[in-house]
Design a protein around this ligand. Structure first.
Ligand SMILES: NC(=O)c1ccc[n+]([C@@H]2O[C@H](COP(=O)([O-])OP(=O)(O)OC[C@H]3O[C@@H](n4cnc5c(N)ncnc54)[C@H](O)[C@@H]3O)[C@@H](O)[C@H]2O)c1
Length: 402
């Protein structure tokens, strides 16, 4: 089921944040131009209606925040930290000076550092958003946690490394700080509704879940040190796996995954550093509830793209809407945002993820996508890729708890 894209809502929401910035006199209309669907995929630019509810602040404190990474997706500025009333973006960083300057401008921030490693030494910074290249996330998050920062990261939590998963878990535990992965599917309107219904036992146990991340990359998107060239599909599994982990809070215990040798050049094993022969990997997982989940990631099949999913449970199913036995459903709409924060891209998830991270710090509670969810989504894909390389051999997946 493709997420509906309302052009009117898109322009209204996109307008809100950029108008605020332009009113502050720091950005021109041209500079607000965001990466388009060629880079982010169609799902990446889709947004959603604002929640009708009224946002109530939980504190008047401002969290001093640093942001690293303004790459091809310009993700450092995309989640709206700079527009949240409880945030002051006090420093930004990108290794490339012109990107660093672009991020500073987009976040209306004067202080820049030449690297994340330098930025996290700044004792006045309380929280850091890691929007750097995917292979660096674990290392950068661990570095920030070691310096006592709360950390939000773009997906995935770890990139192809089980050792990094264990190291990240230990770093989060020993830091006592908040860690959250900004998995955008988790605040798609449909996934949010599924999570509410699941909590209210409207599905019962999930018997079957399915999720897809389809994003055609006939030519790889030009990324930092070419990390997207030949990218194993299941190294990037969180958008699809969220349609189970982000609904239930559970994980996957074992997997059989299959691929087909890709017809796309950079996705052939001789042509990439990962020795990866696949452009599509289809994983069948056993879930922690004992059910099944089919999670697909595909880069080499042009056409309909998106990040989407559905669930079927013992008491009901969700295919765009709930159908089932539960008559007393909870509220299903996403929480209200501060008026200055736009829902943003990826189905209106950007503002929600950022607001959830900020609120979790202010309320001193676990954020929604904590380290356990992040690793249960990310690591399952690493094992799935190993299974695909072994022609679908059934492999065990470790379980993570916060
Ligand atoms: N839907 C989603 O959740 C979604 C969509 C797009 C991208 N992403 C993720 O967002 C992240 C950024 O994506 P991108 O395509 O812009 O990446 P990219 O590879 O184009 O850019 C990464 C940037 O990080 C900078 N960087 C690397 N190391 C650094 C350091 N030590 N200090 C400061 N800056 C450093 C690089 O200079 C570069 O500009 C990626 O991890 C990607 O996986 C997620």
């Amino acid at each position: 089921m493709k997420e509906p894209t309302s052009r009117r809502a898109f322009f209204r929401n996109a307008g809100l944040a950029s108008l605020g910035a332009m009113a502050a006199g720091k950005m021109s209309a041209a500079e607000t131009k965001a990466p388009d669907a060629k880079i982010l995929g169609e799902a990446g630019v889709s947004t959603a209606e604002r929640s009708k509810g009224v946002w109530t602040p939980v504190s008047d404190r401002k969290i001093r925040t640093g942001i690293a990474g303004f790459g091809v997706c310009q993700f450092g500025a995309a989640f709206g930290f700079q527009n949240h009333p409880n945030v002051e973006v006090v420093a930004v960083s990108d290794l490339l000076p012109e990107r660093c300057a672009g991020l500073a401008k987009a976040c209306r921030c004067d202080k820049t550092y030449p690297s994340l490693e330098e930025m996290v030494k700044d004792d006045t910074i309380e929280a850091v958003f890691v929007a750097t290249d995917a292979p660096s996330h674990a290392r950068h998050c661990i570095e920030a946690l070691k310096h006592g920062k709360h950390v939000a990261t773009a997906v995935p939590a770890v990139f192809g490394s089980m050792e990094d998963a264990e190291a990240l878990l230990q770093a989060v535990r020993s830091s006592g700080r908040k860690y959250m992965m900004f998995e955008t599917s988790c605040f798609h309107a449909d996934l949010h509704a599924m999570r509410q219904i699941y909590s209210a036992r409207g599905f019962g146990k999930l018997v079957y879940a399915e999720g897809e991340y389809y994003h055609y990359m006939g030519e790889p998107i030009p990324s930092y040190k070419d990390w997207r060239v030949g990218l194993p599909p299941q190294f990037y599994p969180t958008h699809s796996n969220a349609y189970y982990v982000g609904v239930t809070g559970g994980g996957f215990t074992e997997v059989s995954c299959m691929g087909i040798p890709s017809a796309v050049r950079h996705l052939q094993s001789a042509n990439n550093r990962y020795r990866n022969p696949f452009g599509t990997e289809i994983a069948l997982f056993r879930t922690s509830e004992g059910g099944m989940a089919r999670m697909a990631v595909s880069w080499d099949t042009p056409g309909y793209d998106g990040e989407m999913g559905r669930v079927r449970g013992q008491r009901g199913s969700f295919y765009g809407k709930y159908q089932g036995l539960e008559k007393n459903l909870p509220g299903l709409s996403v929480p209200p945002l501060p008026p200055t924060v736009a829902p943003g891209g990826h189905g209106g998830s950007h503002g929600q993820l950022m607001n959830e991270f900020v609120t979790a710090i202010l309320e001193d509670r676990q954020p929604l996508v904590d380290v356990a969810w992040a690793l249960n989504m990310s690591v399952a894909g690493i094992v799935a890729h190993q299974s695909a390389l072994k022609d679908g051999e059934l492999l065990k997946i470790p379980q993570f708890k916060a």
